[in-house]
Write a protein that binds this ligand. Structure first.
Ligand code: IMP
Length: 193
């Protein structure tokens, strides 16, 4: 069974491709020659995840999954949240976004935060969603060079390392994305046996 993963983010693709569902081949947008932009126009992670999966599934008339992820910081009233990719502006880089979080968190005692991923699996006009959440804290400064996005300033609960100090294998032991993917994998195995 082939399933398209609707993302143009190469970092997410690398993380998802490190995970395996027996009997399932994950196909990237590059593999199918899609170079357009995916729509992301809503105010919630759930709706954006659904929008991307539905768009691609209808366009290619096949099974498809997408994910949307946000970093939710308590002291910032849930920001950057659904705006995580463009927190510092439409053309913001990972560095710009991290700088904005660090500067807004300067002197802040409450550093509690979480990553939330919602995967949407879309097939034949029906969909299911799977949520993965990892609790943690925002560091005072960047630590580590691995990963992407907010990884250098996020330390998951139960770890002494930031996400950016971890190998992909280590990150997968804590990862919000992996948690949602495991639920998705479980669902696929139940419907394909
Ligand atoms: P979106 O899900 O494509 O809207 O992206 C949300 C943004 O959150 C990305 O551009 C990254 O900056 C950030 N992000 C998503 N997943 C992760 C992660 O696993 N670690 C660090 N940052 C992430």
């Amino acid at each position: 069974m082939k399933i398209i993963f609707a993302t143009s983010n190469q970092h997410k693709l690398r993380e998802i491709k490190s995970l395996v569902i027996p009997g399932v081949e994950i196909v990237s947008l590059q593999d199918i020659g899609f170079e357009g932009e995916l729509p992301e126009t809503h105010e919630t992670i759930e709706e954006n995840s659904l929008e991307k999966a539905e768009y691609l599934s209808k366009k290619f008339n096949t099974f498809c999954f997408a994910e949307d992820t946000g970093l939710i910081v308590d002291a910032l009233n849930g920001e950057p949240g659904v705006y995580s990719a463009r927190y510092a502006g439409e053309t913001a880089t990972f560095d710009d976004n991290v700088n904005k979080v660090l500067s807004k968190m300067e002197g802040q005692k409450n550093r509690k935060a979480r990553f939330k991923t919602v995967i949407t699996y879309y097939s034949q006009d029906a969909y299911v969603q799977f949520e993965g959440v990892t609790e943690g804290e925002i560091l005072e400064e960047r630590i580590g060079n691995e990963g992407f996005g907010y990884d250098p300033i996020f330390k998951p609960e139960g770890s002494t390392k930031s996400y950016a100090e971890m190998s992909l294998k280590e990150k997968n032991e804590f990862s919000h994305r992996k948690k949602s993917f495991d639920l998705f994998a479980n669902h696929l195995q139940q419907i394909t046996v």
